[in-house]
Design a protein around this ligand. Structure first.
Ligand code: IPE
Ligand code: IPE
Ligand code: MG
Length: 248
């Protein structure tokens, strides 16, 4: 499959893939299970997709794991998700190191329960020297939160006369986003059948290719992921230019 991807490619392998991992609850419901079972199964998919992304040469994989709005779900579900996150991070850290994967996180991490935050920071520290795939977890993340935070920081700099309003441009703005250590996503995948971005990377997705699949996240396999990559490779990215300019 990787061979097919490389041979038929128009675009190279995307450098940065972002995923809205959706459909855990509906996956569980369709099997008569509790929503929590869907989240447990979803963690296995995270593992598979991380390994596959590293294998095919993706450099950055950003996974939307928990949104700002998800804090408003029933408290039992929120608590379960937080527990699962700690458990998965602790369990997976040795394998992340073995596979040369560097863990990062974006979002309002101060809102996470102490235990989740500590295990997250511990794993981020432990993998900080890894040079392969960067796995970025979006946790307690929403794009509007991130953008307003950036505005706040720029306003403070301006107030302290460290930055003039004229100096605010695309790159000074981007430097104040949580994602300032990564290039913009080339490909956004959303599983679970809905076609929306749900407050995810609104600024950064400006020129990403969007890929929606009805497959629920717990059922999303390495082959489904490779299918999305193949579809990405068949698209013509024009970045505002004409097709002729691009092919020249
Ligand atoms: C995605 O699955 C996981 C999180 C948002 C944490 P959902 O829990 O949103 O599953 P559905 O969309 O209800 O099926
Ligand atoms: C988006 O899924 C957030 C995550 C996958 C973490 P949601 O299930 O929260 O999105 P909506 O509510 O369907 O837009
Ligand atoms: Mg959902």
């Amino acid at each position: 499959m990787e061979k097919v991807i490389k041979e038929k490619s128009t675009n190279p392998i995307p450098v940065h893939v972002a995923i809205i991992m959706d459909g855990n609850g509906r996956w569980a419901k369709s099997r008569g299970l509790d929503r929590s079972e869907g989240h447990v199964k979803g963690v296995e998919t995270v593992r598979t997709i991380t390994e596959t992304a590293a294998e095919i040469g993706v450099k950055y994989l950003t996974l939307y794991a928990f949104s700002t709005e998800n804090w408003n779900r029933p408290s039992e579900e929120v608590m379960l998700l937080m527990k699962l996150i700690v458990k998965a991070i602790k369990k997976e850290t040795p394998d992340l190191i073995r596979n040369n994967v560097r863990l990062k996180a974006i979002g309002d991490l101060d809102r996470l329960p102490v235990e989740s935050r500590e295990s997250l920071h511990e794993s981020i520290r432990a993998t900080s020297e890894c040079t392969g795939l960067t796995l970025c977890l979006a946790l307690s993340y929403s794009s509007r939160w991130e953008i307003t935070e950036a505005c706040r920081k720029l306003a403070a700099l301006s107030k302290d006369r460290k930055l003039t309003p004229q100096e605010i441009n695309d790159s000074t703005f981007e430097a104040h986003l949580n994602t300032n250590f990564m290039p913009d996503p080339d490909l956004l995948i959303r599983t679970g059948g809905d076609r929306r971005v749900s407050n995810f990377l609104l600024w950064q997705l400006a020129y990403a290719e969007l890929y929606f699949t009805p497959i629920f996240w717990p059922d999303f396999t390495a082959d489904h992921f490779k299918e999305a990559i193949k579809e990405f490779q068949s698209r013509e990215r024009r970045f505002g230019l004409t097709s002729e300019q691009i092919t020249q």
